[in-house]
Design a protein around this ligand. Sequence first.
Ligand code: 9MR
Length: 702
Amino acid sequence: MKGLHRLGRRRRAVVIGLSAAAAVAGAVTLLPNSAGAATLGTQAAPSGRYFGTAVAAGRLGDSTYSTILDREFNMITPENEMKWDATEPSRGSFNFGPADQIVSHAASHGQQLRGHTLVWHSQLPTWVSGITDAATLRSVMNNHITTAMTHFKGKIHSWDVVNEAFADGSTQHRSSVFQNVLGDGFIEEAFRTARAADPAAKLCYNDYNIENWTDAKTQGVYAMVRDFKSRGVPIDCVGFQSHFGTGGPPAGFGTTLSNFAALGVDVQITELDIATAPPTAYANTVKACLNVSRCTGITVWGIRDSDSWRSTDNPLLFDSGGNPKPAYDAVISTLGAGTGSSASPSAGPSTSSSSTDQPRTKTRRVRPTASGTTASPSPSASGSLPSTFQWSSSGVLIAPKPDASHNVAGIKDPSVVYYNGKYHVFASVADSSGYSMVYLSFTDWSQAGSATQYYLDQSPIGRGYRAAPQVFYFAPQKLWYLVYQTGDNASYSTNADISNPNGWSAPKGFYSSMPTIISQNIGNGYWVDMWVICDSANCYLFSSDDNGQLYRSQTTLSQFPNGMTNTVIAAQDANRNNLFEAANVYKVQGKNQYLLIVEAIGSDGRRYFRSWTSNSIDGSWTALAASESSPFAGAANVTFPAGAWTRDISHGEMIRAGYDQTLTISPCGMQYLYQGRDPNSSTDYNSLPWRLGLLTQSNSAC
Ligand code: 9MR
């Protein structure tokens, strides 16, 4: 689960992923697309990157062209269709037709889009370049940015807000109508206007001949980005066009990418083509990007040589007949080699090895299935966890219920307890601008879809960023706890009556500030998915950083919820996608055993869960079903008798055997409530149509 302030990363995560299967250090691992072949897009995805191309609307009808496009690329830049001469040929008269053609192609093929470009001295109609009055030009520029960005709002991953504003061989801006009439401040003004027009889009500065670190032009752009970052001018990314000669990238390209990234912007290779397409030159370019974690994607400037703006140079990855060239193979294998190394969660620093926890025996009950007509196996305290899992999924059971003040697109991150004859479900709801939470209750899964969803922002929990709830009854205090994330803290509310949604107290933080070990390791990640579990002596608070770390803090049972301290790394993976988020820890009923499950991002960018066990909440953790091919739960071991409505098995929660702070589950007839989504959905992360479904274990031996 991610937050409001994390749109950029989340949007990216829609198309990316990382495979445990691909995680062999240094090995060339080919990752198949759905048809079984490795492609540029599937090879880039495991390291969290996209692979894109420039597209001409006029070529979409060419089936050779569109077949390669849809097979290989998951990011599209309209080559000319979003430029000023195309979109506003005369003042105030906008034409988005050809651009919309590309946008709809992308939407129907699961591709994301780079918007190119809003403010550029070239391909600029003469009615703009002839303006001499600053007030007029300012209003024209801002209106152009706002109108175009509003038209495409929610559909653009990154915008090239300003293109090629620096002079060749110089640290200074080039001469242009914008520079000459508005002065140096036009770039800043364009970015500020762009942020206001579509706060969810990444805003990039894009240029050529800025790849060599020591070049004056590179230094000029670097100084501008540094200045923007220091003054809070909104800029998220820098595009390096990378139109190279036969030699490929300059030796200092890697330095350039990492130096820009260190300013706190993403970097992208936006218009790659290399004269004669030498395989090594392409491989070196790809390597330069892979070496920089904030290099988020590569776009080539056209598909076949015949499509290129410099076609006589034969600079692209496919020949004019649409056949992959040696450079294509070099890119595929370079991407495959760069997919990182495998690791499993390490033991935390704690050496505690046994638990004295003796959970209360839970009342057995027979849970109705999703249809409500038959009973799933009755939980038993005598079974054991299997070493492999098989699940059968329900169809969609719970969908969002937008109302007048909650324009929500998805429902996510469910927490569930069965108490007093009812399931009580808490979940995040998301719209394009952020998160809140809902509560619903029902007696049977067949009633879940029609249950009223109560928006908890009406309770003292209040409005604002509250997400990823976890509910349990804290028996020592006879109080229900709702634990959730609030961006800069792990927070909780309490309630004497779980069925009274208005009874929750206002949020309180577990921590005074982010623990140092988290701030030291979080990198570009986010602090998410807080999870409390207690044994007979202590309570533990787990959280993830989307950067490869699972953290654990602790306090005593008697002090809870105060005194959360001793934060340690409970588990870690060098590749964040192998240990991403949505961690749950449960006590296995009748055993001196705990189960840890953590959500991972698969080779196809889809979510799945890995699992480990331990005899103590503080580790160490031993892999149980921890690979993409044999996961705890994922595409590899879930069947969909009612139709495969999702390929993601994402953030959810086990149906527990009880409801208290010990989070006890039966190892038999397990059920897991999860979030999934239409595999063809593609939009900004918070607008994705997440729905809830229920997995029921189909290989239970007890
Ligand atoms: O590839 C584009 C070509 O079809 C146009 O005729 C040309 C017009 O200037 O623009 C080409 O794309 C350019 C891109 O928009 C900005 N960077 C340089 C690219 C190659 O000229």
